[in-house]
Design a protein around this ligand. Structure first.
Ligand SMILES: CC(C)(COP(=O)(O)OP(=O)(O)OC[C@H]1O[C@@H](n2cnc3c(N)ncnc32)[C@H](O)[C@@H]1OP(=O)(O)O)[C@@H](O)C(=O)NCCC(=O)NCCS
Length: 195
């Protein structure tokens, strides 16, 4: 992961796996998920996915209390990041980055190639958070969300274990093919907004 110059105060958190067999932990995770996103699964589906190990969770714990969650699943050895959220009063204090650092560790240990996630077009803080942990915006998708929910586009953001090359699976004529792209130069609409 890229080393960053952090002079800001970092919230002391420990990041560990969520204990999916513990109803209290599942409930905490659900509350953070529900409080952070407008559109979510139902509580039953969310908790079932954790219990059945369809999805895994990381939690950020501050003074014994869960204040952040990261929900992900494996596809082969690669990781799909479904959601990451930190309770509002603890945001912008480094908890999100610490969970992403842990997720990157998981990827490296599994010898996976990438972490992939989708971010809403207007969710600039999430885009900045992913970018500062080494994710790159690789694609814009229109009509990704159901139109009754939002007409926003979404960005695909990916973290590549090998930063020299950008691979992604491109659906073409119903067949998934792997395309190879040159190194991303760090310039896109997000970076233009910020410079
Ligand atoms: C996205 C989210 C998880 C980030 O967690 P966080 O703990 O606040 O993030 P961090 O404090 O680790 O910040 C990471 C970087 O993002 C930047 N950042 C975070 N929130 C920001 C904001 N509101 N405005 C500008 N920059 C922001 C930080 O300055 C930091 O940049 P740096 O590394 O260059 O210093 C948190 O904002 C959140 O829970 N949002 C609601 C849920 C959501 O939208 N999740 C993402 C969709 S899956």
């Amino acid at each position: 992961m890229q080393e960053r110059n952090r002079e800001k105060t970092q919230l002391p958190v420990s990041v560990r796996m969520l204990n999916a067999d513990n109803p209290k932990e599942r409930s905490c995770a659900w509350k953070i998920e529900r409080g952070s996103f407008k559109f979510t699964d139902t509580r039953r589906v969310f908790e079932e996915n954790l219990k059945s190990r369809t999805c895994y969770g990381l939690v950020a714990v501050h003074h014994g209390r869960i204040i952040g969650i990261t929900i992900y699943s494996f596809h082969d050895k690669d990781i799909e990041l479904h959601s990451i959220a930190v309770e509002r009063e603890y945001q912008k204090m480094g908890a999100g980055s610490q969970m992403l650092a842990k997720l990157i560790d998981v990827l490296i240990k599994k010898r996976g190639k990438r972490i992939i996630t989708v971010v809403r077009e207007i969710n600039l803080e999430a885009q900045i958070c992913f970018r500062s942990s080494g994710f790159k915006a690789t694609e814009v998708i229109q009509d990704f969300y159901p139109p009754e929910k939002t007409t926003e586009n979404c960005y695909i953001m990916q973290y590549f274990a090998d930063p020299r090359e950008v691979y992604f699976k491109h659906k073409c004529g119903g067949k998934a093919t792997v395309r190879k792209f040159p190194i991303f130069n760090g310039q896109n609409r997000i970076s233009q907004l910020l410079s």
